[in-house]
Design a protein around this ligand. Structure first.
Ligand code: UDX
Length: 449
């Protein structure tokens, strides 16, 4: 099928490449010329495992001619010219919905602009499919606007659940596909077009749910709120473990064995960051307020506070380990990205902690395998060192804040030979305390004795 993808950021670039790999003919559009140039040369403007390989593979396969086995190979091109979406049957809108400056609510200006400018190039029978995470009620409003000028174009809300670091696999093998469709005479025909687009994941067992617009929008925000709540729940337990001398990792293992609870997303530590969970729970609270249902989500305020408290606790713990002061101390910070296998530093707990320690007089050096360029852009006043050994050299304390395998695999003896004082803080509860202590290290972690 001929498909367009409007907005080639994280979500859109991955979606465009994955749709082409499923055999569709895809055009990806973005206003950012640099981003488009990078994607055209199979070099995504961000780090995502497997994406550059996928882009290169699609380009190498050619331009959608029939494969030798008779199947269609799919094609992919990128442009800044929105008019080139004309002729596609389905148009995915994948633009960002950042948090509004100084407010909790989502900024919908990119979504609104994408829908209104795309509308000029749509033909009767086209589908326009929203993938961005939006406040509930947005799809219905957009559909009403759209239908005034284009009564024959259908709008679908089809939220995306991909995780950074696993974006390609998550897009090609989603747990579920949610189609938010208006309840009208075209409902089945609309669903059939989406089934054709997603034929491969559906054949591989992805579940498919057809809902109305508000339910589809809420599936996304509810899922992210649940995940954030699960993380903050275990981090609240970590606070209790700290107060009582218990071990939160053993607690998580034990409660996680109850399959009604499950062990996933019970990793206590520095908490959640990134471009999604923090802003999505805040936008959800703001939207609930607008709908007169703010009481329903007051607990999310607590989820947010627990999460932010962990960063403050980490700084306190580090200061404690440094005998009460960071002055004249070198603090090696391992990790800048908000999670491993990503170069994304949006709302990164690691950088937040690093910046706080620097403000308190510490000589902070941050290292990360992929995220240093982005980190430097956001926090230009921190010191960065790509070489892990150089970052560790002479350190008075080591803080492991993003659990890249380069860091979780560090050897206590070899690391000990580099630092000035053997003190390590495990912000993600990923090291084996006994091994580090046996090598003479002071080991401290959040939620562990
Ligand atoms: C999230 C959702 O998982 C995804 O479904 C949605 O589409 C977008 O938002 P992402 O932000 O890529 O994805 O990362 P995720 O793996 O969910 O991690 C979010 C944050 O939570 C990270 O900072 C991570 O370190 C933290 N986390 C995760 C924990 O602190 N503990 C855990 O047990 C799990």
């Amino acid at each position: 099928m001929k498909i367009s993808v409007i907005g080639c950021g994280y979500l859109g670039a991955v979606h465009a490449a994955c749709m082409a790999s499923l055999g569709h003919d895809v055009v990806g559009v973005d206003v950012d010329e640099g981003k488009i140039a990078a994607l055209q040369s199979a070099a995504a403007p961000f780090y995502e495992p497997g994406l550059n390989e996928l882009l290169a593979d699609i380009q190498a396969r050619g331009s959608g001619e029939s494969a030798t086995d008779g199947g269609h190979t799919g094609s992919l091109r990128f442009t800044t010219d929105l008019a080139q979406i004309a002729g596609a049957r389905a148009h995915f809108v994948c633009v960002g919905t950042p948090q509004r400056r100084g407010e909790n609510a989502a900024d919908l200006r990119y979504v609104d602009a994408a829908f209104s400018s795309a509308a000029e190039h749509l033909a009767p029978g086209d589908l326009i499919i929203g993938k961005s995470t939006v406040p509930v009620g947005t799809a219905r409003r957009l559909a009403e606007d759209l239908h005034r000028a284009h009564p024959d174009v259908r709008l679908v809300w089809n939220p995306e659940f991909l995780r950074e670091g696993h974006a390609v696999t998550d897009t090609l093998h989603p747990d579920r596909l949610v189609y938010g469709i208006a309840d009208d005479a075209d409902r089945d025909a609309t669903a059939a077009v989406l089934d054709e687009i997603y034929a491969a994941p559906l054949a591989n067992g992805s579940a498919r749910l057809i809902t109305d617009y508000p339910t589809a929008e809420l599936v996304k925000t509810a899922a992210n709120s649940f995940l954030a709540t699960k993380i903050s729940f275990i981090n609240a337990m970590a606070e209790l473990c700290e107060a009582s001398g218990a071990d939160v990792t053993e607690l998580a293992d034990a409660i996680g064995l109850d399959d009604r609870i499950g062990r996933k997303f019970l990793n206590a530590g520095l908490g959640f960051g990134g471009g999604c969970l923090p802003k999505d729970i805040r936008a959800f609270m703001a939207r609930a307020g607008e709908l007169g249902a703010d009481q329903a989500l007051t607990f999310l305020r607590e989820v947010d506070s627990i999460n932010m408290r962990r960063r403050i606790r980490m700084v306190e713990l580090a200061r404690e380990v440094c005998d009460g002061s960071f002055l004249n101390k070198k603090i090696a910070v391992l990790g800048a990205a908000f999670k491993p296998e990503s170069d994304d530093v949006r709302d990164s707990p690691a950088l937040n902690v690093a910046a706080q320690i620097q403000l308190q007089g510490g000589n902070v050096v941050v290292t990360d395998p992929k995220a240093l360029a982005n980190a430097e852009h956001r926090f230009p006043d921190l010191t960065y060192e790509p070489d892990v050994d150089a970052a560790l050299a002479g350190a008075d304390a080591v803080l492991l804040l993003t659990e890249w395998k380069q860091f979780t695999g560090l050897d206590p003896e070899a690391t000990g030979a580099l630092v000035r004082a053997r003190r390590i803080l495990d912000g993600r509860n990923v090291l084996v305390p006994a091994t580090w202590r046996a090598a003479g290290w002071t080991y401290r972690a959040l939620g562990r004795p």
